[in-house]
Ligand binder design. Structure first.
Ligand SMILES: Cc1cc2nc3c(=O)[nH]c(=O)nc-3n(C[C@H](O)[C@H](O)[C@H](O)COP(=O)(O)OP(=O)(O)OC[C@H]3O[C@@H](n4cnc5c(N)ncnc54)[C@H](O)[C@@H]3O)c2cc1C
Length: 550
């Protein structure tokens, strides 16, 4: 594995068989799998810096990277139904992408998510057909059998740290069992036969050490002569010969360099940047491209459409005792926690912060539609300063997405962030789901196991009553995204589909997409595991349905 930082590589380094754009959750998987065949020359290009950073390795360090050079942090367009607020949008920007800076929760989604994709024209994507690819990726330290893999590169394990408030939440949730007929039984495997229930999450982590797709599939120390990895290298355009992708233009420092792929270019730049890159390259809604003076290679109206995300609202409470995670990242505590992690792989730095949660069917259709995430910390906006108060937070998250948004170009300048219009809360379902979620969270906080730790509710706060009107106003004022963007280059057959069921861009040759943007409907669960499954599938498609060489 070579990593030239400087420009002007030797001419031989400009020609590859495959170029993978974006070394994130999906990109590292695709590049690693393709380069298992030593005859294939693979180039992986990542816009952000390298992943050599202790806060990436330490499970509990990730939030300190938010807002640094290893993340994109920008704002959505104003969301009318959320009081015109602009949501902070945070994404990974280093090798491993989101899996280098996320909370590592390992949830695949529900069986019906994938069966729904297949029923809507994505042949070969039913649950039973995607299951082997989840298993191929997975190296689970506790679960095996029909549903889990134990031999894959991605470490999946029970969280090494269990905060006293996590245990209190799990007990409190079970103490509400029976009320409203909610099934709040303990669930030891949210990726098993049944998603509903409460329990500890399994995480993409082992003994307090993060398993990003970079560390799991490529790794700092490994070498593979046929895999070249460039960091701090921003792809600004896909190069075409007619309708065939033949390479990409990369910006490193101030200079541009063209590199070529004899077989395929694979886009894995994520839900916001993959459609942006397609549009900058002339593939997207023709009228929009013309507005920005971009020559149209192919009019693909679906590029940048169908943007979805999960929405959440905080329900926080002040604690009687100073037992939350607040302050553990400061002063002498930070030093002693760091030493404990380094020497023994124990202590709070082995916590992923979101240690546990639950899945609930609040609309009564038999499928969970709400995820509750429990944190021994207060909630705050992504990238905002963490409030210095001892709090416990339960964030009800709407696990379905009914609003559809768009990603568009702000300008033809690759350096500009895209315009993201989420249309958050534009559908009535999310509002009513989040209102039910707040009521559920309040009920759990009042159950004995948690109530003994809680002084008073701080969010929504005693001033916000239980009426639908009061809670709706709170939801509109405080809703945020869960940072699970998906869907902007959807797979399928319809007029708004961008890729086919083998992830090839419709109407073009030599170009595939492998990342969260291809999900036609967002899964009901955190999105990294499904993205990794998509990448595993992409590598197999490329190997088995190889396009003719240029
Ligand atoms: C703070 C946070 C917490 C999260 N928590 C969880 C969780 O606990 N569990 C879970 O399952 N999911 C979680 N997620 C979501 C999960 O991380 C994403 O679903 C996943 O990373 C999406 O993978 P991707 O490959 O589509 O994109 P990414 O992982 O975002 O990868 C895209 C990569 O492409 C690079 N790139 C972009 N543009 C260019 C360009 N022009 N040239 C070169 N490179 C480029 C980016 O720098 C990035 O590295 C979280 C996300 C965030 C941000």
């Amino acid at each position: 594995m070579s990593m030239p930082k400087a420009l002007d590589p030797a001419p031989a380094e400009r020609d590859f068989d495959y170029i993978v754009v974006g070394g994130g959750a999906a990109g590292c998987v695709v590049a690693a799998r393709l380069s298992e065949d030593p005859s294939k020359r693979v180039l992986l290009i990542e816009a952000g810096p390298h992943a050599r950073h202790p806060l990436i390795r330490m499970a509990g360090g990730f939030f300190k990277l938010h807002g640094t050079s290893r993340s994109y942090l920008f704002k959505s367009e104003p969301a009318e139904a959320a009081n015109g607020r602009q949501m902070p949008l945070l994404q990974g920007r280093t090798l491993g992408g989101g899996t280098a800076i996320n909370a590592m929760v390992y949830i695949r989604g529900q069986r019906e998510d994938f069966d729904g994709w297949a029923a809507n024209g994505c042949e070969g994507w039913s649950y039973e057909e995607v299951l082997p690819f989840f298993k191929r990726a997975e190296n689970n330290s506790r679960l095996g059998g029909r549903l889990h893999g134990c031999n894959g590169p991605l470490r999946v394990s029970d969280n090494a740290h269990r905060h006293v408030l996590s245990s209190a939440f799990i007990l409190a949730a079970q103490q509400t069992q029976g009320e409203d007929g909610l099934p709040t039984a303990y669930n030891h495997d949210f990726n098993g036969e049944r998603q509903q229930g409460v329990g500890y999450y399994q995480t993409m982590c082992y003994r307090g050490e993060r398993s990003s797709t970079f560390s799991a599939y490529i790794g700092l120390g490994k070498t593979r002569d046929n895999l070249t990895v460039w960091t701090d290298a921003n792809v600004c355009k896909i190069l075409f010969s007619g309708t065939r992708a033949i390479g990409v233009r990369v910006r490193m420092s101030e200079d541009d360099l063209d590199v070529f792929a004899a077989r395929e270019v694979v886009l894995s730049a994520g839900t916001f940047m993959t459609p942006k890159l397609l549009m900058l390259s002339g593939v997207g809604p023709a009228e929009h491209l013309k507005e920005h003076g971009i020559e149209v290679i192919l009019d693909v109206p679906g590029v940048g459409e169908n943007y979805q995300d999960h929405l959440l609202v905080p329900v926080d409470a002040d604690l009687k005792q100073p037992i939350s995670l607040m302050g553990q990242d400061r002063g002498w505590r930070a030093v002693s926690n760091g030493l404990q992690w380094l020497l023994f792989r124990s202590g709070v730095l082995t916590s992923n912060v979101v240690e546990c949660g639950g899945f609930y069917d609040l609309d009564g259709d038999g499928r969970a539609d709400t995820q509750l995430n429990a944190l021994a910390a207060s909630s705050c906006g992504w990238g905002d300063p963490i409030p210095q108060v001892h709090r416990f937070s339960l964030a009800p998250l709407c696990n379905t997405c009914h609003s559809r948004g768009t990603v568009r170009l702000r300008s033809a300048d690759p350096a500009d962030m895209p315009k993201v219009q989420g249309n958050y809360l534009s559908g009535a379902q999310e509002v009513s789901n989040l209102i039910k979620g707040i009521r559920l969270a309040r009920k759990i906080m009042a159950a004995p196991a948690l109530a003994r730790h809680i002084k008073s509710e701080s969010l929504p706060g005693p001033g916000v009553g239980d009426s639908d009107e009061a809670l709706e106003a709170y939801v509109r004022a405080r809703v945020g995204t869960a940072l699970h963007p998906a869907g902007t280059c959807a797979m399928g057959l319809g007029p708004k589909a961008v890729v086919d069921a083998q992830l090839r861009v419709h109407g073009l040759q030599g170009l595939r997409i492998a990342d969260a943007s291809i999900m036609p409907n967002i899964v009901r669960g955190n999105t990294a595991a499904a993205t990794i499954m998509i990448a595993e599938r992409a590598a197999v498609f490329i190997n088995h349905f190889e396009q003719p060489q240029r």
